[in-house]
Each structure stands twice: as C-alpha cells, then as structure tokens.
Design a protein. Sequence first.
Length: 763
Amino acid sequence: MIYAEELQKNPKLYIFLPLYYTLWADSVLTPTEIEVMQKLIKKQRWLKKKEKDWLNQNINPSKAPKPKELKSWKKKIKELDLENLEDLSQIGIALVKRHDSTLEIEKTIINDFQAAELALGLLSKEAGYTFKSGHQTITTEHSKVYNFGIQEMTALLDGNQANLIKKVKTVISDPSFAYKEHESLIAQREQVLQWCKNLADQGFGAWAFPKSANGKDDMEGYFTIMETLSYHDLSMVIKFGVQFGLWGMSVFFLGTDKHHQKYLKDIGSLKLPGCFAMTETGHGSNVRGLETTATYDHNSKTFTIHTPNPEARKEYIGNAAMHGQMATVFAKLIIDGEDYGVNAFIVPLRSPDGKLVKGVKIEDCGRKMGLNGVDNGVIYFHNVEIPKENMLDKFASVNERGEFESPINSDNRRFFTMLGTLVGGRIGIPKSALSATKTGLTIAIRHAEKRKQFGPEGGEEVPIMNYRMHQRRLMPPLATTYALHFALKYLTQRFIKRTEEKAQEIEALAAGLKAYTTSFSTATLQECREACGGKGYLSENRIDTLKNDTDVYTTFEGDNIVLMQLVAKNRLTEFRQEFGDMNMFTIFNYITNQAKTSITEKNPLIIRSTEQTHLLDMDFHLSAFKYRERAILSSAAQRIKRHIDDGMDSFDAFNVVQHHLVNVGQAYIERVVLEEFQKEVMDTNDGDCKDALLQLCQLYALNTIEKNRGWYLEQGYMEGVKTKAIRKEVNQLCWEVRKNALALTDAFDIPESCIAAPIASRD
C-alpha cells in the first residue's frame, strides 16, 4: 500500500506515513478518523489527483494493511534519529528529508498536519513515543521506598506485647502448623483440634486463667494470642476462641471458686473440650428471649435442662458436632413455676469416649461458607438432669432453701452484668478480623508491586501499584487498618482497666468497634481479591480462605447492624439507661445540651477553605468528626422525641429511625478511631515512623470525610469547593502513602509461612 511507486516519485508523501501507522496500529479506522484524513488530503494543493486517490485508498477500512507491512512502516520510522522529534508531523518531515534533503515543507502544510493530529485526539509529543523506547513518566518512575525503619514500626505496633507476639509467631511458623489440603471435613476438624492441643501445650489456652489453673491471669496477653494466631488458619483461631475464650471464660467469669477448681485446669489443657451454648434457632441477638429451660427440683437438688420446642434448640454451637464434652448452656431458670430469667449452667454433652449423654441430641451443621475446621452443631436437650452445683452462680444462685437469690436486685442489671463479663469476645473477634485484613492487604500490595500492566507509549510496563485507581483501592484501607490497630489497643486497655461505672460505655465501644472492624474487613478483603485479578481467585493465594472465613465475623458476637443500634442507644442516654431497656427513655436533657453546640462550627471562612495546611490539619479533622457525631446524635434524639410526643410507642419510634441510629453508632466509632490514631501519632518519638503514621492518619481522616461528603454538604458544614479539594488531597495522599505501602505491610511482620501465597512470595 504505502510502499508504492508514488512514494518514489514524490518523497514528500512520506509526511503521511507516521499518521497512517498511528491510525492503523489498532487495526481499526473509525468514521471520524477517516473524515479527518480525507479533509487533510483534500486540503493539500501540492498533491496530484492520482496521489490523492492513492492516499484515500489507504484509509479504506476494508483494505487494512497486513501486519508485516505495518511493521515495515514502523521500522522505517525508527531508523530516524527520533530524539528531538516530538510530534508526528516533525517525524514525517524528517522522513521526507531522509529521502530527499532538498525538499522544503511549507509552514501551512505543517499547520495542517498538526491540526489533523489534534482533531484525531493525538497528543502531539506523546504520539511520537510510539516509535521511541525508554519513555519515562511520573507514573513509571514511582516506586517503593523505605522512609522509616520497619523494625521500629513493628515495635511500635507490638508495644508491650512484643515478646509474646514473637513467641506465638515462632510456634505457628513451625512445620507442624503448615497448611494442608484436607481429604474430608473430619480430617480438617481433627487437624484443627490437634493444632489447638499444640497451642494448649504451650500454655496459650490458659493464659487468661488464674495462676491456680496454670494460667497467667493475663487477659491482654490472651487477646494478643488470638490476634497473632489470626495470621494463621482462622478455623484454628475460632476453635481456640470457643474452647478457651467462650467455654473457659464463661466458667471463669460466671462461675465461682468451686467451678474454677473443678474445670479450669482441664479446660486450659484441652483435656475437657467444651461449648458455649447461647444462640437458639429462634433467638440470636435477643438473648433474653431464649426458651431453653432449667427447672429446679429442690427435693433432688437438680436442674432439668430441656428444649421445649424446635425453635429453642441450641444452634450453630462451636465444638458441638464432634469434640465438645460439656457446655455452658444459657437457659431460663424456673423455680416453682416462676421464671427467674436467663442464667448459665454447665451441662454434660458427651463422655470422654465420645458417647452422647442420655437426653442430649446433637446434629452436625455440616459445611459452611468458611471455618470448616470448626465442628458447629445443633443441640437438643430432653430433660437432662444436672446437679445443683452446675449452676454458674457468681451473679445468681439457688440457696439451701431452694430460693432464688442474687447480689444484684434488678433483673435487667443482673442479666446485662452477666453478659457484660463476656464482652471480651467482642474484642477478640475484631482483632482477629484485622489480622486477616493485614494478611489480605500484604498479599494484594506485594502483588501490585510485582505485577506489571500497560505503560506509556514507547516505555515499559509499570507496576499496577503505580496506577491511581489501584492506590485508591488499597491505600485508604491500609490507613484504616493502622487506625483500627491503635483503636483496638485502646479498647483492650479500657476493658482490662474497666470499672463498674464505665462498664456500659466500654461494652458499647466494644460492640461498635466489633461491628465497624468486621464490616471493614469484609469489604477490604473483597477489594484485595479484585485487586489481584484472577490470581486473587485462586485458592493457592489464600484470599478466598480469608474472605470466606471472616465473612461470618459480621454476625459473630452479634449482628453488626444490631450492635450499631446498641451503640446508638448507649450514646442517646449517655450510658445511664439500663442496658437494652427499650421503654426507659431518658434523653431529653441530653437533647438540649447537644443542640446548643450543633451549629457553633459553621464558620463561613472555614466551610470554603481549601488551603492544604488546613485540609491536612489534625484539629480540622477531629473537629469535623466531632461535629458530625454530635449533630447526628442530636438529630436522632429529636426525631425519637418527636415521634413519642406524637403518641408513638417508644419501640416503634426506635424502629422508625433505625437507619439513623446506625449512623449515630458509625459516627461515634469513627471519632474514637481518629482520636486514638491522632494520639498515637503525637506520642510516637521515632521521627520517621511519626511521619509515616501522620500520612496514614491524614488519609484515614480525609477519606472518611470524603465518604460522608454528602452529609457535610447537606449540613452546610462544607461547600462544594472544599469537598472537591478534599478529594484532590486524598488522591495526593494515596500517591504518597503508596511509596511506603510495602514497608507498611512489612511492619506487620506476618510470618512468610502464614502468608503462603505465591503471588506474595519474596523474590
């Protein structure tokens, strides 16, 4: 086509060659491209009719050049010295000169060709990169850096638990903990049981138990163990948590010395595997509605545990299907026909050789979306007798006269005090979820650093981590992961140092952080899967396991939506209302106090400010979070009050504003998370780590504000010009944090044997 005798007769025609190659390079000529070229050809008065016809033939979509011909065009062009030739017209002129140095190209012709390039959407100098090599851009030059000491950051993350974390990591890195493909469900469950026995042999199971039970009386250490184990198999973590956390801690916290002496050593060593049987088919979150009964017979000094109907069966109970020998069973205490509410009882399920106790029926829940190493089961009780001493009687008991007695007079306060002692599960679960998220992000970020896709014309492919949208997908979750790490450390300390006066506040905080963290983990692991493309879909790269195993975390220890409403109720009543009482509504003074501050921060100068120093200022971030928290809380309170004033029952009023209550809980938790992250930044002494954490803190804050920009605009707290500037600043922070992304995940110090994903392997 192009290499015809016309070119030999008139070398000036070579000016068209770069344009023709560029248009045909994708094998398609669009109608617009054809029209532009036809106009360009028609406008060239120096062309003869025969030459114009020939050029028009070469833009016929049905007569595309052969691949060999295209390559020859490109080869012809690359023979030139392209160093200072920026656009296609300059390259074309150079071709003309190469074939006839005496020819001159008029300025009008050059202008016509440059105009055609523009009309075709070809960016002048960038079009020339097609024929050059070694083209570098800002995107291609962007790469990983290590702006801080990784060991220093790890030490900062681990804090006073560093030695214990190292010990746990050493154990789970042992070859005996290597991941395996299991031939059956039973084989997987037995492997998980063996791992838990190995952990018990190390003393990890009894860690929080008193020293008299071979423990260390260290609750913080127990949470650390759960958190660190969660870099490994999550079925093992949940099995561990059911045995030593739920079963063991229920005996420890709800029982008295006689129970501790009789059971804790064997629970801590896993000689006595057990269950925590609270949830029923018909009742999950509403524990007070449980229907299983424990009827006391004073003559025989026994309780009879009974499932009165199928809806009252204990469902989804971990350790029940295969291994559990005893269970803490929550049931309504019945004495002489009187219901004394839900209490806890130790009930045998199996003999040590695995035979079911008379009256106990257990069904296997079978395969689940994940956590298939945990043997969940359904338990029915048919008039199972247990001795009087099997009632866990720290908060309530049956005395020698067969009468119910308790040191806590209020039924509600007693019930929620009992449950409040078990709030540790709502600390362990989010810590476990966050560890899984750290693993997922480590895999996705390592992959993004190695995986190359596309690149500038004339340049090499670039790591996908260099692409803005990839940074947008992974950098805000990385920042949030760091934020939640410090927030959960704060929650742990508050739980350990809790007082009775602060118990409900801490319980609400635990509920909120559990809901916020596990929902975040579910969303982030999905993002990690997609960010790894088809590789993320392969089981060998572990993201599928992380996703499936953590999915249930959003409903473990309470459904997240229900928990956020619990948080909101505690916020609405300033934690003075009895836990869970829907009919005691005492928020009116709170409404008045909060309303006074609801409009004090709408400074006209601030709502439009786009100065970078202002947008990155931690005081601005915290003020914005606090304003949102107060305003949403005040608005929800006023809505509920208005409904009640109009005659609506308080139960219905809360139901009508449920979505508002979830926002109350969300805003509160986000404020706490930011506050604790900022404190950590301020308290960090290592300058390089401090700078890296500050960037992450700023990204968490601005990304959260950006996600809620609609609310801020509705409230008049910000104007559009400011929210646009925030979006731009989030983009820039993603660009900056990206440099340290690999180092920031390395600082998690996850054992390589636990990551175990080929796409994340170290070269």
